[in-house]
Design a protein around this ligand. Structure first.
Ligand SMILES: *Cc1c(COP(=O)(O)O)cnc(C)c1O
Length: 235
């Protein structure tokens, strides 16, 4: 088995262990294998090892890669969405993880209608209130959630976050708890189920699973080191 296949097996085993520790059913947590910056061959190795869901954060980088790979893969767009890329993103990606404004949600819904698509989406929340990060402020989400859920042709699954960098995985726990509690509050306010939480990366996915993640976005622990960590962030 390839190095990537071995890494995937190890991540799956750690995800299962985190589920057991938290009393959760392992099949309720999806692994999004983040392949940004890695070539199509690396994705193919992962696909050959059974991985189906892949995450990319730049449309221009992803489009040629996706074209080279089998059509049964499930592509998730995890990066910041630029309005002028939506028309190119939607045909390639069934799920968008980082809807960060009502305006973008409405625009995406309009393009989806034009293209005859029903994308799934997560609303990104800037839990740490960092100036450098996109996402709704929690109180902004509270004000706009009804309008967001009313947007047609965008199936909002739940919330997503990228917590502030921390010393270790444990440092992310308070942000994951905050995202879950915000999700619970939005469900109570609207009466609409928001079943999914996209949170947790290579350094903190086990903590995220303990706190309720349904989608963990893991890149470097599967594919190796990269020049950039999350979209727009160096190091
Ligand atoms: C790059 C990226 C990841 C994966 O990060 P790793 O630390 O390599 O696991 C997850 N989420 C987003 C939004 C990213 O940009």
């Amino acid at each position: 088995m390839s190095g990537i296949g071995r890494n995937l097996r190890e991540i799956q085993a750690r995800m299962e262990a985190a589920c057991l520790k938290a009393g959760r059913v392992p099949s309720t947590v999806e692994l999004v294998a983040v392949s940004k910056t890695f070539p199509a061959e690396a994705v193919r190795e992962a696909a050959d090892a059974g991985q189906v869901i892949f995450g990319e954060s730049r449309q221009q980088e992803a489009a040629p890669k996706i074209g080279m790979l089998p059509g049964n893969l499930d592509w998730h767009f995890i990066g910041r969405v630029q309005t002028n890329k939506v028309r190119k993103i939607l045909p390639l990606f069934g799920t968008i993880h980082a809807i960060d404004s009502l305006k973008l949600a409405r625009y995406t819904g309009g393009v989806a209608a034009d293209l005859g698509l029903f994308p799934k989406a997560f609303l990104q929340v800037n839990v740490g209130g960092e100036a450098s990060k996109g996402g709704f402020e929690p109180d902004e989400l509270e004000r706009e959630i009804d309008d967001l859920l009313a947007v047609e042709r965008v199936e909002i699954q739940g919330l997503m976050t990228i917590p502030p960098p921390g010393a270790d995985g444990e440092a992310s726990r308070r942000w994951f708890v905050q995202l879950r509690e915000l999700r619970d509050a939005m469900e109570r306010k609207t009466g609409v189920r928001l079943p999914s939480l996209s949170m947790g990366m290579s350094g903190d996915f086990e903590v995220a699973i303990e706190e309720g993640a349904t989608h963990v976005r893991v890149g470097s622990a599967i594919f190796g080191g990269r020049a950039y960590r999350v979209d727009g962030e160096l190091g």
